[in-house]
Design a protein around this ligand. Structure first.
Ligand code: ING
Ligand code: ZN
Length: 309
């Protein structure tokens, strides 16, 4: 039959292109990539998780990274695709990537909020939330990054279903949140780091967002964030700010990084990728490559720190 055209890493792919790519990247790299479905979305789409790493007889420590929590933040799924491609194409030649994937597994969820991502392509480019129906309201969706069980709905979140920061009816009311939380809870003993990729603002954030109190590991988290930001900046001079979310961006309860941290995943970070607002969510495709290249340096810096700790 006709062979499909090669996947493009420098455009904003649709969900159907991304889903097809999860199959080809897995079957083309069977010794490095495996695929599992961690559950379905509200509208019944698959939540596809890729596991990247050299197989090993003993259980390996792992990093969990997700993209596409918020539908309109298109640079985020683009980065997860870029990361997986870099992993499989530089394993065996790049010493840091080779050593990382020999010692650890990296779980990559390329799109968390699949329904919202599809809706942002087909109906509303600025959609943020999930697409679940709310009882007693005609407004649709919950903010998945207000839906985790971390100070849930106490600050910087709304109980109004019409709000873009609606926290949902309960923690993990969204099936997408529940599927990810279940996976992380079930693999708690191996997951050493949690990375969640958003845009925009050029920030490297860590707990807490639900309180101004500093995390027990604040000084280490800050030191690693500053090292990762410096690595990122070294490529094109893109400036990042690092710090705890509440004081650095705004206080907000129910975020996944705070939840993962309180579960015991020490290295828990939220990235806010390019830019600082000129294009905002509408970052041109011409910036996908430089954004992903610089972000790789930060992610690899964090991964190397996690690997040696
Ligand atoms: N920013 C994040 C948001 O969900 C954030 C900021 C990080 C909130 C960590 C809570 C915890 O609002 C974007 N751009 O979505
Ligand atoms: Zn976001």
């Amino acid at each position: 039959g006709a062979s499909p055209r090669a996947h493009s890493y420098t455009k904003y792919n649709t969900w159907s292109e991304i889903e097809a790519w999860t199959n080809t990247i897995t079957s083309s790299n069977p010794s490095l990539v495996s695929k599992q479905i961690i559950g379905n979305t509200y509208e019944g789409r698959s939540m596809v998780l890729l596991k990247i790493g050299k197989s090993s007889a003993s259980p390996k420590p792992a990093i969990f990274m997700d993209c596409g929590f918020h539908a309109r933040e298109w640079i985020s799924p683009a980065f997860c695709q870029w990361f997986v491609n870099e992993a499989v194409t530089t394993y065996g030649s790049d010493s840091a990537m080779t050593s990382l994937l020999n010692d650890m597994d990296v779980y990559v969820l390329p799109v968390f909020n699949v329904d919202g991502y599809v809706y942002s392509h087909t109906n509303d480019r600025m959609w943020r939330k999930t697409r679940s129906r709310n009882s007693g309201s005609s407004c649709v969706g919950t903010d998945p990054n207000r839906n985790f069980n971390a100070g849930w709905c106490t600050i910087g979140a709304s109980s109004n279903p019409c709000s873009d920061t609606f926290c949902g009816s309960t923690p993990e009311s969204e099936i997408e949140s529940k599927n990810v939380a279940n996976f992380i809870r079930n693999n708690k003993s191996t997951i050493k780091a949690y990375l969640t990729i958003h845009s925009y603002s050029q920030l490297l954030l860590f707990p807490y967002a639900y309180t101004f109190s500093l995390a027990a590991d604040h000084s280490e988290l800050l030191k690693v964030a500053e090292g990762a930001s410096a690595a990122l900046t070294s490529l094109y001079g893109t400036r990042y700010t690092s710090g705890p979310s509440a004081a650095t961006i705004y206080p907000a309860a129910g975020g996944s990084d705070d939840w993962a941290y309180d579960l015991g995943v020490k290295y828990s970070y939220t990235f806010e990728l390019r830019d600082t607002g000129y294009y905002g969510f509408l970052l041109p495709e011409s910036q996908i490559k430089p954004t992903c290249e610089e972000t790789m340096l930060a992610v690899k810096y964090i991964a190397a720190h996690v690997q040696k700790n």
